[in-house]
Design a protein around this ligand. Structure first.
Ligand SMILES: [Zn+2]
Length: 334
């Protein structure tokens, strides 16, 4: 099916993701050989077990691995980003490969806009366009009333007209429509291109044509014939050059940047919470035992009996004690 040569774009997208995995090696279950740690938070004593003892060196090591992960992530995203840039951001028109037999260039000037010389000039320009692109153009000029009776837009009319005129997808139909009013002319135009013309009538190329054509026909100094010839010239000038497309760049940058930020924040938050915990945690000598906990009479916070002289939550003085008490038969502990 043909489509308007004014529309159509493709943009880079990105799948959503969720935060990174935890880099912590902490577990809340005892295992043989574990180091037993505790820290206080929100009125509770929080226990965890670690395979390795937590030391300034081990914290340093974790920071290093965090930096390594960050660098690896940066490299990964750079590679993906480069792929987006090379695939979508720089595009280059190529010759279409579809074969078709209806190669007649037609100028159907129902408005009588063009005199004989103009029509010859337009024909030459269209022939040149066909030589360069392999696409066969068809120029149609009509009265506004011809499409306004049955269609809500010239685009819809041009779409149906394309299907009526051609059996292939290798034509470019340009419709110019006017009410013929000399003082305040009400004009419209629409390009309709077959799907097989897409490799050469790229969004970039048709945009060059559209902008130029619109500018020239808005300018009273140019006739529609001039506008058409000049716009075709302009488009053909850089038609097969590598072009820079801002759309995929913006889409790719935002999509990938957002994804990278979420991944990074996930890993960073996990690392920071582990680092914070390790800084306030202290080791309990008996890894395989369950320590009795007391409730602070001032703040209600729980703390391990017998090892503090003041409440670790509120700082309130605690009665003297003779060291920790271990709970007998602590269940799953061996
Ligand atoms: Zn307290």
């Amino acid at each position: 099916m043909p489509h308007s040569s004014g529309g159509g774009s493709h943009g880079g997208g990105s799948h959503g993701g969720h935060g990174g995995s935890s880099s912590t090696s902490h577990t809340t279950k005892y295992f043989p050989g574990a180091h037993h740690y505790v820290y206080y938070k929100n009125g509770k004593a929080c226990h965890f077990y670690n395979k390795e003892p937590i030391t300034p060196e081990s914290i340093e090591k974790k920071q290093k691995s965090f930096r390594t992960i960050t660098i690896m992530m940066a490299v990964f995203y750079l590679v993906i980003y480069t792929m987006i840039l090379t695939m979508g951001v720089f595009s280059k028109a190529t010759l279409p490969t579809a074969s078709y037999s209806d190669n007649d260039i037609i100028i159907r000037d129902k408005l009588g806009l063009f005199d004989e010389d103009e029509e010859d000039d337009i024909y030459d320009a269209l022939e040149n366009f066909q030589d360069i692109t392999g696409v066969t153009p068809y120029i149609l000029t009509i009265e506004n009333s011809e499409w306004k009776k049955h269609y809500s837009s010239l685009e819809n009319y041009a779409y149906d007209k394309y299907l009526e005129l051609f059996d292939d997808e290798m034509h470019w139909l340009i419709v110019y429509s006017s009410d013929g009013d000399k003082d305040w002319e009400d004009w419209y135009w629409e390009g309709m291109q077959g799907n097989d013309t897409d490799p050469v009538l790229t969004t970039y190329n048709t945009n060059v044509f559209n902008k130029a054509f619109h500018k020239y026909i808005s300018d009273k100094d140019y006739s529609v014939a001039d506008a058409l010839i000049k716009s075709l010239d302009k488009m053909e000038d850089g038609m097969f050059e590598r072009h820079f497309n801002l759309g995929p760049l913006i889409g790719g940058t935002l999509g990938l940047g957002f994804h990278a930020a979420i991944m990074f924040i996930g890993i960073w938050a996990s690392f920071m919470s582990t680092a914070k915990t390790e800084k306030i945690a202290f080791e309990l000598p008996e890894a395989d035992k369950k320590y009795q906990e007391d409730k602070c009479e001032y703040c209600g916070g729980m703390f391990i009996h017998g090892i503090h002289i003041s409440c670790p939550h509120c700082g309130g003085a605690l009665p003297p004690a003779d060291g920790p008490i271990f709970i007998q038969n602590p269940g799953n502990l061996t």
